[in-house]
Ligand binder design. Structure first.
Ligand code: NDP
Ligand code: GDP
Length: 323
């Protein structure tokens, strides 16, 4: 039986990945930081909260990370923990640099010190492309980060590559484009929209305030993307891969899909509010997942419409239970 050690197990990707690995027969150990209340709602939603082992630790505390890895003796580490919201990264730039950037180095160091043969997945991001240098972004496209979040991810990306080249560690970057699900945090635009649609449809809310609805994203389903993370660690040699759908849509188009699903016209409810504009915007992202298709045999399965419908449906059910 293989063991996987996950940081960020209580987050969106952590929950889907844990479920995926448990189904593959893995023992799954999750590093869980101390919070005033431990919130396992995502793991509970997927019915796996009791199938996972938890270890007390924080990615900003190298000793806890090293202890967790030493104790659990994993074959694979999936480093997912981070301050993951771009918007907050301007409000908490230093914390973001520490957790989203330095946290990666701590994970690499903990592995290097414990057993450099442990494989590591690093959750890199399409935000690295920022002010895009090519219309479709691939593994070869130069980076131009546009937020403290993206700059921090850039550090993590290069450290992951550097430890591979310096110490022959099996460390990989998954350059994942935006991926969403019913387990997405409410601050991200897709979930903000689907949650609002469910509340508006049930007369709990009157309007939805958004920022730049012309921004375009390549949105996929988190449940599809965690398979790619695992595949990256099953290859004969470590490498970096773009994971995307290869299609891009505006926030406005995504809103229309969500409101249409409940028979409402988005134009009657969406209000543009400058509060949600960003100091520097990433106007458009569009990934080229060809390398992942060729080398990993990975393709996305869920279309944007299906994804948004799934999210609205889940939010309608939640709102019916607890308005
Ligand atoms: P989430 O925000 O849902 O999850 C982040 C996780 O990190 C949570 O479990 C959180 O725990 C944990 N965490 C935060 N700070 C610490 C810390 N100091 N010590 C230990 N754990 C901590 O993010 P996602 O699941 O969506 O994303 C997973 C990773 O993938 C992140 O690194 C993200 O930046 C990256 N990524 C995500 C994309 C996406 O579209 N979802 C796209 C590309 C990259 P808690 O809630 O208790 O703070
Ligand atoms: P990101 O790509 O990681 O920043 O994911 P988000 O879901 O937070 O944002 C995606 C895009 O939606 C960005 O270009 C935002 O500027 C845009 N957007 C427009 N209105 C909003 C909003 O109200 N909230 C968020 N989070 N994003 C918004």
């Amino acid at each position: 039986m293989k063991t996987a050690f996950l940081t960020g197990i209580t987050g969106q990707d952590g929950a889907y990945l844990a479920k995926f690995l448990l189904e593959k027969g893995y023992r799954v150990v999750g590093l869980v930081p101390r919070r005033s209340t431990l919130d396992r709602w995502r793991l509970e939603y997927l019915n796996i909260a009791d199938e996972v082992e938890y270890m007390d630790g924080d990615i900003l505390d190298l000793s806890s990370l090293t202890r967790g890895i030493k104790k659990s003796k994993p074959d694979e580490v999936y480093h997912l923990a981070a301050q993951s919201f771009v918007g907050s990264s301007w409000e908490q730039p230093i914390l973001t640099a520490q957790s989203t950037g330095m946290g990666v180095l701590y994970a690499l160091e903990a592995i290097r010190e414990t057993d450099p043969n442990i494989k590591m997945y690093q959750a890199s991001s399409s935000e690295l492309y920022g002010l895009i240098q090519e219309s479709r972004q691939s593994e070869e496209t130069p980076f131009y980060p546009r937020s403290p979040y993206a700059v921090s991810k850039l550090f993590g990306y290069w450290m992951t590559k550097n430890y591979r080249e310096s110490f022959q560690m099996y460390s990989c970057n998954g350059i994942l484009f935006n991926h969403e699900s019913p387990l997405r945090g409410l601050e991200f635009v897709t979930r903000k929209v689907t949650h609002a649609v469910a509340r508006i449809a049930t007369n709990l809310q009157k309007e939805l305030r958004l920022g730049n609805i012309q921004a375009k994203r390549d949105w996929g389903f988190a449940g599809d993307y965690v398979e790619a993370m695992w595949l990256m660690l099953q290859q004969s040699k470590p490498d970096d891969f773009v994971i995307a759908t290869g299609k891009t849509s505006t926030v406005e188009e995504m809103c229309k899909i969500a409101f249409d699903y409940v028979g409402l016209n988005y134009q009657d409810y969406v209000v543009i509010d400058p509060e949600f504009y960003r100091p520097a915007e990433v106007d458009i992202l569009l990934g080229n997942p060809e390398k992942a298709k060729q080398e990993l045999g990975w393709t996305p399965k869920t279309k944007l419409e299906q994804l948004i419908h799934m999210m609205v449906e889940a939010d309608l059910q939640r709102v019916a239970k607890t308005p």
